[in-house]
Design a protein. Structure first.
Length: 582
């Protein structure tokens, strides 16, 4: 039976040894993975701590600008009550500030009605619908906001606002603007292998500036964590994904507590725990051990064992088919145990060949003797049949001649069986189909008058029987055929007919059926005298076969049907004999 390749692979010695080695290395692998996990966590903590310092370092220039903006707006807001009514003086103050501080693009005072009363430019501009103005009236307090399209400069600016109070009442606010394109974070002093990306935001969680630009800035923010959640917190760091799905490490530091914060990040894959050592390096240790174990298993098991076992298996299969095997011994490089197995196999093969030769000689002698016995039995039976034939010629009455003829037919049936036994190539067995074709054919030819115009049909499946069944089957067929010919009748329409069949009905069982037509008798009734012996013989032979007898008697048909098992040599369907017939 050929196994499927996958089954052969999993059943193989190489796979099983590799599996055992893998199981043996499993605890070492668990230790390595555990140490790697601890190592990775420690590296993450060190990296997060380093990122906090790098983020604070990167935000230093931004912090200076924003602090300067808040300080300036606060100073200008405190001077507004005394100069706001003198528009020229107020304008000069803001113009002088912008001229002396080029990092700022605008400065001005917006009154409580939203009108720019004085400033570095666009005096009289209406800010009443501006979002910053609305938030300031709603909650007058220092604030910072990002305006992506400032109403005056039409560019992205960070607006730093400080409210003006007079007699405790809100009297407008001072606003200064930092152009976003000029507040890019200065990162050139950072190490090139630590690429921090910095984003600033206000206490409302709104982005103020981004080192990578404002386009797509939301995709670079931490996933599932709102910026407003970091307000009023101390420095913090964590690992996570961006909204764009990238693994990064984040650090948040305050620039102006409760006002402006900075969040920095760098890609997780750029994390290095030591010069030239990646975080995944410790994972290579158990993998390398496992691969090494597989290599050892392949070399040690396949090259040293499986290769020679397969050679021995091939030699055994060839010996089983041809009775020849490889005469060359295994080399000294093969392990001693395998050489001993090969020597034992060679001794066994030579012993088996010698014993088979002796057995074949013995079987041949016995076969010759058995054929001689069957030949002599056949000759003796033919001699008896010849003696009976002489008695038939000397008999004076038709009844005596008929009785002797029936005896002769039965003796010749047994002789035919023995002739088949010594002529057949299947030692000790008989082809029942050939036996019946010979026996029944002779009976039909000899027992039917030529003028009867008999139509006979025979069909035999190839059935092989041992003598214990072949003899009673031949006698049963002869007896049933003799009875069929004796009581054969011509039907009202058509010619008289007889049908003999031997069929295999299922594995291990066969059916013998003999049918003859009924009608006008072919043999004159005065020559037919029934004694019941034929029926008794048919019943006895059926018992010897171990079968079941069924007889059908219809107006135009008579049939005998015997269903029997095809027995093996050591199976005896029944031990009944003919002694009961008297």
């Amino acid at each position: 039976m050929t196994r499927r390749p996958a089954r052969r692979f999993f059943d193989g010695l190489g796979f099983r040894v590799a599996a055992l080695l893998t199981l043996a290395l499993f605890p070492i692998g668990l230790i390595a993975v555990s140490l790697t996990h601890q190592f990775s966590e420690a590296a993450d903590r060190r990296a997060e701590t380093a990122l906090l310092a790098l983020t604070a370092q990167a935000a230093a220039s931004e912090e200076a600008l924003i602090r300067s903006g808040f300080s300036t707006s606060k100073a200008l807001a405190s001077a507004m009550p005394s100069i706001r009514d003198d528009t020229p003086v107020c304008n000069d103050v803001f113009l002088s500030f912008v001229d002396n501080n080029p990092e700022f693009s605008f400065a001005g005072y917006i009154g409580p009605d939203g009108i720019l009363q004085c400033g570095s430019s666009a005096v009289g501009f209406d800010f009443s619908e501006n979002a910053v103005f609305k938030e300031m009236r709603k909650d007058p307090a220092p604030r910072s906001d990002l305006s992506k399209n400032a109403p005056i400069s039409k560019t992205a600016v960070i607006v730093i606002s400080t409210p003006v109070f007079m007699a405790g009442e809100f009297a407008g606010y001072v606003a200064v603007s930092l152009p976003h394109n000029e507040t890019r974070l200065q990162l050139e002093k950072l190490p090139s292998e630590r690429p921090v990306e910095l984003i600033t935001f206000n206490n409302d969680g709104e982005v103020l500036s981004s080192e990578g630009g404002l386009d797509g800035v939301n995709l670079r923010l931490p996933q599932g964590r709102a910026l407003v959640g970091f307000v009023a917190h101390q420095r913090t760091s964590f690992s996570g994904r961006t909204n764009g799905g990238e693994e990064r490490i984040f650090a948040v530091v305050p620039i102006l507590r409760n006002s402006v914060y900075a969040i920095g990040s760098w890609p997780r894959e750029r994390l290095a725990v030591a010069p030239g050592l990646a975080v995944t390096t410790p994972m290579l240790f158990p993998i390398a051990m496992w691969l090494t174990s597989l290599g050892v298993a392949f070399f040690a098991v396949h090259r040293l064992v499986i290769k020679h076992i397969r050679r021995l298996s091939h030699d055994m299969r060839r010996f089983a088919a041809t009775r020849r095997h490889d005469d060359g011994p295994l080399s000294e490089s093969v392990p001693l145990e395998l050489r001993e197995i090969d020597d034992a196999w060679r001794d066994l093969a030579e012993t088996l060949v010698r014993d088979e030769a002796e057995l074949e000689g013995t079987i041949h002698d016995k076969s010759v003797l058995l054929k001689e016995v069957h030949h002599r039995v056949k000759n003796n039976l033919q001699l008896i049949a010849s003696i009976v034939n002489m008695k038939i010629r000397k008999a004076r009455t038709p009844e005596a001649r008929q009785a002797l003829k029936e005896v002769q037919n039965r003796v010749m049936s047994i002789a035919t069986v023995h002739r088949s036994l010594y002529e057949t190539t299947t030692e000790g067995r008989v082809r029942a189909d050939e036996l019946l074709r010979d026996t029944v054919g002779k009976l039909v030819t000899a027992g039917t008058p030529q003028e009867a115009k008999l139509q006979s049909s025979q069909h035999y499946d190839p059935v092989i029987l041992y003598p214990d069944q072949a003899v009673p089957l031949s006698l049963l067929a002869s007896e049933a055929t003799t009875n069929a010919l004796k009581y054969l009748g011509r039907p009202s329409e058509g010619l008289p007919n007889i049908d003999v069949r031997l069929e295999i009905t299922e594995p291990g069982r066969a059916l013998l059926s003999i049918e003859n037509s009924k009608g006008t008798p072919i043999v004159p009734p005065e020559q037919v005298r029934g004694t019941g012996l034929g029926t008794n013989l048919i019943t006895a032979f059926t018992q010897q076969l171990g079968g079941r007898l069924k007889q059908v008697d219809e107006p135009d048909l008579y049939g005998v049907y015997v269903d029997f098992p095809i027995a093996d040599f050591d199976e005896h369907p029944t031990d009944s004999d003919l002694s009961a017939l008297g």
